[in-house]
Write a protein that binds this ligand. Structure first.
Ligand code: UD1
Ligand code: CA
Length: 465
């Protein structure tokens, strides 16, 4: 699509206004870091190469999930955006006839469609430089685009701007497409004699303009895409915009959200047609939900796959699990990582599971802990069943065969196996394997002393007299 295009993402700065121990561009917005969002946007344009300029906390930046798809270059000291571009000087020397798309890494809301329009204008007009602008009612913090009396274009940084320049609403977004040959000529002419003592990339605009190169801007009407994230309040604003984009895309896919403002769905979460989410549902990470599912209020689900026609009832927490078709989970259930709930199974009130495969149509309705277990199909887990999976040093497994009936209040001391179709008497502490089709009872025998309580009371009465 964009053959002969190189891309450069500027991400070496700390982001001082963010007041964080973590570099600004690694802060997440709905499940993805700011820089990851920018990398994804750029990749959708299919450039030949993507370079990322790193500096502050470069080792952390290099370990991100997108890292294999980009090339890193290091800017040792952060002396300004023009200085950052010089970090790829050697790469550029060999690609003089190509175009370079330069983008600040703190623009996570930009869409590839908008950047494509910028690229199209650049190519159609055969420009040396085309940069992205918009008209904003809140221009504060951005460089202002000025056309001088002798018809030169320039960008004046907020710190350098006069009062009348500050009133200008045309702002520099921080995205540039430039012919590499012209860029390489302009870069050495940029000085750091300004308020911040930095080499401003924006100075190339005036330099090229003065040298009669074809310089212009593409003004996007998409004001919502140009939110630059410099501090925490701008982060909140950006998150809000992304959230509504996600909500809108879910509506378009046939998903109902009754109260979108209290619902949080991470960007990569997929939800199938006719699924319904009540208020205060949070779904994060690498999660996917099938068709016709219902999520009741206060469900928090992370990194979980859910099939079709599944119901998740109120106040349930699910992490790293898989839930198959027609299952029902909740209310007040906690599924911990590596749990699998098979077709049509039911897990209910105050049940916790961890690393457990829970079979087709099996039921665990109340107050149980099932850990490191494999439970086959059509098993009934009575209220208060507990797998004793931990001996203080190691975890051990419990296996329950098809159709077994586990009486209420049973403790299964692992490692232990219960054969198919067996019954365990309520209140048993099972320490040995139980063979198929049997009954196992392991509890103290009931003893009754007839009239004992009556005699006790009479004795006490006598003593008082
Ligand atoms: C920059 C523009 C400004 C524009 C604004 C839009 C300049 C001089 N100004 O200002 O006109 O309106 O973006 O968002 O470019 N970076 C480096 N190395 C450095 C300095 C910065 O890699 O030495 C990176 C930062 O990590 C950041 C990006 O460049 O991702 C922009 O830097 P920032 O300090 O945020 O520039 P602004 O002051 O916002
Ligand atoms: Ca910025």
């Amino acid at each position: 699509m964009n053959k002969g295009l190189l891309a450069l993402i500027l991400a070496a700065g700390k982001g001082t206004r963010f007041k964080s121990d973590t570099i600004k561009v690694l802060h997440p917005l709905m499940g993805k870091t700011m820089l990851h969002l920018v990398v994804e946007t750029i990749q959708k344009l299919n450039p030949d190469q993507v370079h990322v300029v790193v500096g502050y906390q470069r080792e952390r930046v290099k370990k991100q999930p997108f890292s294999p798809h980009v090339q890193f270059v290091v800017q040792e000291e952060q002396l300004g955006t023009a200085h950052a571009v010089q970090a790829v000087q050697e790469v550029l020397e060999e690609k003089k006839d190509k175009d370079l798309l330069i983008i600040n890494a703190d623009l996570p809301l930009l869409r590839p469609e908008t950047l494509q329009l910028l690229l199209n204008q650049h190519r159609n007009d055969r420009n040396s430089l085309t940069f992205l602008t918009t008209e904003s009612n809140r221009p504060g913090g951005f460089g202002r685009v000025i056309r001088t009396e002798d018809n030169l274009l320039r960008v004046v940084e907020e710190k350098e701007a006069t009062l009348s320049q500050k009133k200008r609403k045309e702002i520099n977004v921080g995205v540039y497409v430039v012919r590499i040959r012209d860029l390489l000529q302009a870069l050495p002419k940029i000085s750091n004699r300004n308020r911040k003592g930095e080499y401003y990339l924006t100075d190339m605009i005036e330099i090229m303009s003065r040298e009669k190169k074809r310089v212009n801007f593409y003004r996007t009407p998409q004001v919502d895409e140009v939110v630059g994230v410099n501090d925490r309040s701008e982060l909140a604003r950006a998150v809000d915009i992304l959230r509504w984009r996600k909500v809108q895309s879910l509506y378009e896919k046939g998903v109902t959200l009754y109260d979108p403002s209290s619902t949080w769905i991470d960007l990569d979460v997929e939800i199938g047609v006719d699924s319904v989410l009540y208020n205060s549902v949070v779904i994060e990470g690498n999660s996917a939900i099938g068709k016709s599912c219902t999520f009741y209020p206060f469900v928090h689900m992370v990194d979980t796959r859910v099939g079709n026609d599944v119901k998740i009832l109120t106040s349930t927490v699910i992490e790293g699990s898989t839930i198959h078709d027609h299952a029902q989970v909740g209310p007040f259930t906690h599924l911990r990582p590596q749990t699998v709930i098979r077709e049509g199974a039911k897990v209910g009130n105050f049940v916790e599971m961890k690393k457990t495969v829970f079979g087709k149509k099996s039921k665990a309705g109340h107050l149980s802990y099932l850990g490191d277990s494999e439970i086959e199909e059509e098993v009934n887990i009575g209220a208060g069943t507990i797998t004793c999976n931990y001996d203080g040093i190691k975890k051990h497994r419990t296996h329950i065969g098809k159709g077994a009936f586990i009486g209420s209040g049973t403790e299964l001391v692992a490692p232990v196996k219960v054969g198919r179709g067996s019954y365990l008497g309520a209140g048993s502490t099972i320490t040995k394997d139980v063979s198929s089709d049997s009954l196992a009872v392991a509890r103290g025998r009931q003893v009754e002393k007839s009239g004992w309580a009556k005699r006790k009371k009479e004795k006490e009465k006598k003593n008082k007299e």
